[in-house]
Design a protein around this ligand. Structure first.
Ligand code: T4K
Length: 360
């Protein structure tokens, strides 16, 4: 039987994609802000209702650029331990120390009530994560940032297409980043973006992502985070199909809701005035042993879920002097992201749910 993985990248209509590729052949412009990428950026600015948008080559460099945009290359950055490793690694790669603040047991996002106790004279920013595409407490974070003069940077890698209180989740904070990796709801094979809110920061990110120069004029230290026309071609096709992708993912989510014994599982908190993008379908089991049993039983039937997110990042082997984060550490031992993608059919969802029911 064919394996069912945690996700399957969306592939657009091949003829539509070929037409975009033909344009690349005609233009003979492969990268360095080509015409297809410029068009895609315009479409994404309009989709996200924000003109201060930069497409970059992945969601990790996006995080690094967001820190650099505010000259944060030393000191402490307060962050959430329950996320993909890139949230922490980007902070460390930029020469800062991650300071972990535990998560809220309901939302799985950073616990805003514990942040202020972690602020020191060395704190430069707060990098919070809209984990699985669900919102952090953005109002409380904005208030803390304002009162302590700290930049709020959101790792919104999972949040493309999620709206909270009438606007995109990507429009909160001093800056927000997203990933357009092949495994994401909207993807460009590899890709990502940085969103800011003023002309000066936007211009700075533009320089930083492109070696710090425009033609012969060199302004600052930069890096290469530029994207190719092939990424843009995939992005243009996928953005056109995005509404349908979300609609189909919502259907798969409903099938899971109906088939799973939800009274025995925990799911992330869904606040009011929030429109979800169906980025992931995580479930939390009562104990680590049950979780391990479910993984074993699914794997035995060629179904490969993923432990998004394990381990809790404060326990990474190269992180030193991190405080314990009991809520995150416990969640990381009990959480599983179930297979979840547009083409997953109802019969497969029922089969997965039956295996889980048997394991419980
Ligand atoms: N911040 C957060 C909160 C993030 O979650 C991420 C990335 C980032 C920052 C950094 O963004 P990027 O720099 O990646 O743009 C995957 C993704 O590679 C990663 O982008 C994502 N988060 C993370 C949550 O998941 P892995 O190591 O789990 O991927 P992998 O290769 O094991 O793929 C998962 C499954 O998907 C495979 O078992 C099979 C299927 N698959 C995958 C690919 C790539 C396919 O069927 N075809 C494919 O082409 O990290």
């Amino acid at each position: 039987m064919k394996k069912i993985f945690v996700t399957k990248p969306y592939l657009p209509d091949r003829v539509a994609f070929q037409e975009k590729i033909d344009r690349i052949w005609e233009n003979e412009h492969l990268t360095n802000q080509g015409p297809l990428l410029t068009e895609l950026e315009t479409e994404l600015k309009s989709f996200l209702r924000n003109p201060y948008f930069h497409f970059v080559t992945n969601g990790t460099l996006a995080l690094q650029l967001a820190l650099r945009a505010f000259d944060i290359t030393s000191g402490e950055v307060i962050t959430a331990p329950f996320s993909y490793v890139a949230t922490t690694s980007s902070i460390m790669w930029e020469g800062c120390r991650p300071v972990f603040v535990d998560i809220d047991p309901k939302t799985f996002c950073i616990d805003v009530n514990k942040i202020e106790a972690a602020i020191t004279p060395q704190t430069r920013a707060i990098m919070a994560v809209h984990v699985f595409g669900y919102p952090c407490d953005v109002e409380a974070l904005e208030d803390i940032g304002r009162r302590h003069n700290l930049k709020i940077i959101y790792d919104a890698a999972h949040a493309f297409g999620a709206d909270y209180k009438g606007k995109s989740l990507l429009s909160y904070g001093d800056a927000a980043t997203c990933s357009f990796h092949a495994t994401k709801v909207f993807h460009t094979i590899e890709g990502g973006c940085v969103i800011s809110h003023d002309e000066q920061t936007h211009k700075k990110i533009g320089l930083l992502k492109s070696f710090g120069h425009i033609g012969d004029d060199h302004f600052c230290l930069g890096i290469n985070a530029k994207a190719s026309e092939f990424q843009a071609a995939m992005g243009q096709c996928n953005l056109k199909d995005f509404a349908k992708i979300i609609q189909d993912r919502a259907q798969v989510s409903t099938w899971y809701d109906q088939a799973l014994p939800l009274e025995k599982l925990q799911r992330p908190f869904h606040p009011s005035d929030f429109s979800y993008n169906y980025a992931y379908y995580p479930v939390v089991f009562e104990t680590p042993d049950i979780c391990k049993q479910v993984i074993a039983n699914l794997t035995a039937e060629n179904i490969i879920p993923r432990r998004y997110f394990y381990p809790s990042l404060n326990t990474l082997p190269y992180v030193t002097n991190a405080d314990p984060c009991p809520v995150s550490e416990s969640l990381a031992m009990r959480v599983l992201s179930l297979p979840f993608y547009k083409e997953l059919d109802e019969a497969s969802v029922i089969r997965i749910a039956d295996i889980i029911k048997r394991s419980l």
